[in-house]
Design a protein around this ligand. Structure first.
Ligand code: PGA
Length: 269
């Protein structure tokens, strides 16, 4: 296990712990720009190979600056996203796509309305599916990822429960896309968006841990002091279903891009 810093400059400190490459940036903007640059380079590389680039995308406040930077690169550096295929991690259930809290709406506003990804290449779990059809729908979502060739790069945030996507504590390492119950902590973190806990959904559709782990690269972003304890448990703790992000330790190309506040509880040894 390599635990010593492997690179250090004014803005970046990085080391590897339990298989996770931890990168601590001077700011959340620096971290987001670095991840966006990597995504842009991957899109260009796949295009040069004549292949589409399959991205797994996340919602929440954390990835917003990555999307802003991708829009800038698209506009100012002529990044074509015509051959990008996307699969979002999750969606509340039930959820109408035009609702204020919908992840469809979020993704349109934050990214899709501003770049040239074909609408037919965009996949977001459908919160309007009837309850009886959810299992079949989730299997079709898995199938669509496989038909697209698997996810080249999965972007992740992390919840205070240690969830990735909406894989809450108790999620199994080989879990697939499915309907899940949200934890109380996750619901209370979302309650502001829904005008109170009583209006906050109890269910969501999420890609599984197994779905995420099949991605060829995983890039998790976490910013702010309130994420530092769960980041430290995810990187330094034993792999356990009570902190689903610890499963990422078993992946062979996973990086955590952090600001110094989110890294403040980590022990770089
Ligand atoms: P956040 O959510 O980006 O809004 O902090 C992250 C998550 O719950 O996965």
């Amino acid at each position: 296990m390599l635990t010593q810093p492997t690179e250090k400059d004014d803005n970046l400190v990085q080391w590897i712990r339990n298989g996770i490459a931890v990168r601590v940036f001077g700011s959340d903007v620096d971290a987001s720009q670095s991840v966006a640059s990597e995504i842009a380079a991957l899109i260009r590389q796949r295009a040069a190979e004549g292949e589409s680039c399959v991205l797994g995308l996340a919602t929440g406040s954390t990835p917003v600056r990555v999307y802003r930077e991708l829009i800038r690169i698209h506009r100012e550096e002529n990044l074509s996203m015509k051959h990008v295929v996307t699969f979002n991690l999750d969606e509340y259930f039930p959820m109408q796509p035009d609702a204020a809290q919908s992840y469809v709406r979020f993704m349109n506003e934050q990214l899709f309305d501003h770049v040239d990804i074909p609408r037919s290449s965009i996949h977001i779990p459908d919160g309007t599916i009837g309850r009886d059809g959810v299992d079949e729908y989730c299997q079709q979502y898995e199938d669509a990822i496989n038909v697209a060739g698997g996810i080249d790069l999965q972007l992740l945030g992390i919840g205070r429960t240690g969830h990735v996507g909406f894989n809450e504590p108790g999620s199994e390492v080989d879990s697939a896309t499915r309907l899940v119950e949200l934890c109380d902590i996750t619901r209370s973190d979302a309650a502001n968006d829904f005008g109170g806990l009583d209006n906050t959904p109890e269910l969501a559709i999420t890609m599984g841990v197994g779905t995420i782990l099949r991605s060829r690269r995983i890039r998790l972003l976490a910013f702010g002091q309130h994420k530092s304890a769960i980041v430290a448990r995810s990187v330094q703790g034993e792999i356990t279903d009570s902190v689903p992000a610890t499963y990422l330790q078993g992946h062979d190309d996973v990086q955590f891009a952090l600001d110094s506040a989110a890294a403040s509880t980590l022990d770089p040894k």
